[in-house]
Design a protein around this ligand. Structure first.
Ligand code: M6R
Length: 369
């Protein structure tokens, strides 16, 4: 079943382009997004006053990325909360709250209990799920399946890119219904989305071997930090989680803007830090702030590995390594920037001789609370 790949994870990372393409399929018509499964829900989307996204682990990071698109495009306030935190406080819910759950397996008990709770409290529930007929979608009012195909490795990869894709489709679908974006704006975002599979493929083709080599050199590293800002922040968290899960190395992701509020104290000579640099074409202010973060950590001896768009010369003087991603609109960069992080985690775990598909202490789907 691994089809010649050394692990399921390697196979699944190589399938990230088609996971995105398959999730888009059948949901774009004449440059607009129309998700057939959501037919008949226009009234709900028009009246919804708030969206609460619930999920665990990697799925929650996809939710954090999706928040940016849902707020910007659909103009609805969005909160993202871990299912187990949401369930055991007293969240304010009503019929105008849409609770969107995200789960690859559709069986995560924490998320299932949170969905049931939200429903009992009168909220409408929508499930983004990768497994046809799983329990969470069956317990929900509406379903948008991701079509990443079966994911076997414990570390979630292609399901993550597919989840972000589904959230972007949802945001554009809701934006059309609410009229918060013009048809032209929607068409531009659709074009960006349709270009993603090929761009991910480019990242795989161009950066796979270099990233794996880098991971091999770093096999003895004891700690790796990840910095990101804006949509890059959840990607930093995802990069850190993946590394912890399969390589058992201490890893932490931070919002780059938090550096001087604490984490910079961790920087000592030789400390590896991945920095996700947003495109200067999106916001030159944010780009420049991240570049100055790089200078700050470099001055303290950090070993800086940058993920930046092709042609971003501003980062070159301060980076020890640069991994490139193709140009994309600012909100679309997470779908590209995460790929080297998936490859890196896998490369490092393999370099340590670990089983990348079956890390210790973890199960693919967590069916107990
Ligand atoms: O099946 P789910 O998407 O609900 O799983 C949620 C998390 O348990 C899952 O993403 C976990 O964090 C992964 N092992 C991350 O790689």
């Amino acid at each position: 079943e691994k089809g010649g790949w050394s692990s399921f994870m390697a196979k699944e990372v190589s399938e990230e382009p088609e996971a995105v393409a398959n999730t888009l399929r059948g949901r774009i018509r004449h440059g607009a997004v129309e998700i057939p499964e959501l037919d008949g829900l226009d009234e709900l989307f028009a009246s919804v006053s708030r969206i609460v996204v619930i999920a665990c682990g990697t799925a929650a990071y996809a939710g954090q990325v999706g928040k940016y698109a849902l707020e910007k495009w659909a103009n609805v306030p969005v909160e993202v909360e871990l299912s187990h935190e949401f369930r055991y406080r007293d969240p304010v819910l009503d019929a105008n709250t849409l609770v969107v759950s995200i789960s690859q397996s559709g069986e995560t008990m924490d998320t299932l209990m949170a969905v049931k709770y939200a429903r009992e409290r009168g909220a409408k529930t929508l499930s983004i799920c990768n497994t046809q007929g799983a329990t969470i979608p069956r317990e929900s009012d509406a379903i948008v399946y991701t079509h990443a195909g079966p994911e076997v490795a414990v570390a979630s990869t292609k399901a993550f890119t597919a989840q972000i894709t589904a959230l972007y489709l949802l945001a554009l679908h809701v934006a059309r219904v609410r009229g918060s974006l013009s048809p032209t704006e929607i068409a531009q975002h659709v074009l960006e989305l349709e270009a993603i599979p090929e761009k991910i493929q480019r990242v795989l083709d161009r950066e796979h071997d270099r990233t794996t080599q880098l991971a091999r050199w770093m096999a003895d590293t004891r700690s790796v930090l990840f910095l990101g800002r804006n949509v890059g922040y959840p990607i930093a968290l995802e990069g850190a989680l993946k590394l912890k899960e399969i390589s058992y190395i201490h890893a932490e992701g931070f919002a780059a803007g938090e550096l001087k509020h604490g984490p910079i104290a961790l920087i000592e000579p030789g400390q590896p830090v991945f920095v996700l640099v947003p495109s200067p074409r999106g916001s030159s202010v944010i780009h420049d702030k991240v570049v100055s973060n790089i200078q700050e950590i470099r001055a303290r001896g950090a070993r800086v590995i940058v993920i930046a768009e092709e042609g971003d010369a501003a980062v070159l003087p301060f980076a020890d390594e640069v991994l490139h991603i193709p140009l994309a609109g600012p909100l679309f960069e997470p779908l590209l920037a995460v790929v080297p992080l998936h490859i890196f985690a896998m490369g490092l775990a393999s370099a340590k001789g670990l089983d990348v598909d079956q890390p210790r202490n973890l199960a693919k789907s967590v069916t107990v609370e």
